[in-house]
Design a protein around this ligand. Structure first.
Ligand code: MEV
Length: 431
């Protein structure tokens, strides 16, 4: 099969795993070793043993590919590692609709992380604040001595901000924020090292005692944004007109905008996509999760990370904005062969590009969930995929999986006991 450099891969879903893997490997130009990593668990036992402590095995997850992504006029095949059915399918399908409307537009800030330095026992916090700000250049110079490589790549310490908490359980507290551009690294080690290096100078300037020195996962200086504008006609499906679907999505968004109970689930849907890419690409998904939800409550009211409105032409317009502290160098991307291959497939050239594609995937995922929820409900689509898992749990293999799943759905009995009965009858017929 000839593979063109478009991420539209018609019929991809219907291929077998080996064929799909081959097609993706050709598309991404993977070499033999990388191909082998793709179809294995992505991680050897020995390597796993070097990564964390007390290793006894390797935990596997399915790695899926969401085709159809067009982001800033560039095609991407998106690797997603996730256990939940229908996430990859929804992302792919929504990406197909969005590409028909010109694709996603994205942008991001410079990759600036925040490291925090807690200072206690400061004799005069306000005077200390003044002195620290006036000696900013000294502090930045010192911070820049810790990682000459990042500095040579035009990253490094950018700014100092001081926050004073006059009244805490341990008395007045001063917090120094070191803003540091980590370029293509997630940057946790870099900024933690820089913050530690500032300790003596901060103590000298403030007369206080430095306590914690650690990055903040509320990486609100490292934001990624994505946008899609979709004409109503491309949102029509089944008995629902495009206008109905668009209105339904705008109304669903209003629910998440005002109600934290709904916003949490709405944002979880966004994170379904973002986390799956994060996991596939060896990113610190806990950091991403922590940052996303803290950002969602930045104004003191937990709300939606996305917006869905209509423009003057009546198009459905979606946007998303969140902190995405991700890296294409260092961390697990250096040691995890599966993560390296996933990044090769995605083909991103910088951490910012990775963050922007992830934001687009989050928006696609959100669109898929709102489209389903505001029309036929989430269960119908879910159930078909859930039925496959029940069939597998009952012991179905190969073609049996689809046959048993289809029967469970038809009978509206997606239960393990029924799957076992069906398999039993099949076995008797075959025997
Ligand atoms: C399920 O994993 C995600 C959804 O609940 C998201 C949402 O409700 O928007 C469907």
């Amino acid at each position: 099969m000839t593979v063109h450099k478009t991420s539209r891969l018609p019929g991809f879903y219907d291929l077998g795993v080996e064929e799909r893997a081959g097609m993706v490997a050709d598309w991404a130009g993977l070499d033999q070793d990388e191909r082998a990593v793709l179809t294995s668990a992505g991680l050897e036992f020995d390597r796993a043993d070097q990564m964390i402590e007390n290793v006894v095995g390797i935990h596997g997850l399915p790695l899926g590919i969401a085709p159809n992504f067009l982001v800033n006029d560039r095609d991407y095949l998106v690797p997603m590692a996730i256990e939940e059915p229908s996430v990859v399918a929804a992302a792919s399908f929504m990406a197909k609709i969005v590409r028909g409307a010109g694709g996603f537009r994205t942008c991001s800030t410079e990759p600036v992380m925040i490291a925090q330095i807690q200072v206690l026992d400061v004799p005069d916090p306000w005077a200390a604040r003044f002195d620290l700000l006036c000696q900013k250049e000294r502090l930045l110079d010192l911070a820049n001595q810790t990682d000459p490589v990042v500095v040579s790549l035009h990253g490094g310490a950018r700014d100092i901000e001081i926050r004073v908490f006059p009244d805490t359980p341990v008395g007045p507290m001063l917090v120094v924020h070191l803003l540091y551009d980590t370029r293509d690294a997630m940057g946790a080690n870099t900024v933690n090292t820089a913050a530690e290096a500032l300790t003596p100078l901060v103590e000298e300037i403030t007369g206080g005692r430095v306590h914690l020195r650690i990055l903040s996962n509320l990486a609100d200086r490292r934001l990624a944004r994505a946008k899609a504008a979709i004409p109503p006609e491309s949102m029509a499906f089944g008995e629902y007109s495009g206008e109905q679907v668009v209105q339904g999505i705008v109304e669903a968004y209003a629910f998440a905008a005002v109600d934290p109970y709904r916003a949490t689930t709405h944002n979880k849907g966004i994170m379904n996509g973002i986390d799956a890419v994060a996991l596939a690409c060896g990113q610190d998904w806990r950091a991403i999760e922590a940052g996303a939800h803290a950002y969602a409550v930045r104004d003191g009211h937990y709300t939606s990370l996305s917006t869905w409105t209509r423009d003057r032409e009546g198009n459905l317009v979606g946007t998303v904005e969140l902190p995405l502290a991700v890296g294409t160098v260092g961390g697990a991307t250096r040691v995890h062969p599966g993560a390296q291959v996933a990044l090769r497939i995605l083909g991103v050239e910088s951490a910012r590009e990775l963050a922007e594609v992830m934001a687009a995937v989050g928006l696609a995922q959100n669109l898929g969930a709102l489209r389903a929820l505001s029309t036929e409900g989430i269960q119908r689509g879910h159930m078909t995929l859930h039925a496959r898992q029940v069939a597998i749990a009952a012991g179905a293999t190969g073609d049996q999986v689809q046959a048993v799943a289809a029967r469970l759905v038809r009978e509206r009995k997606i239960r393990l006991d029924r799957a076992l009965e069906i398999l039993d009858v099949m076995a008797k017929k075959e025997g």
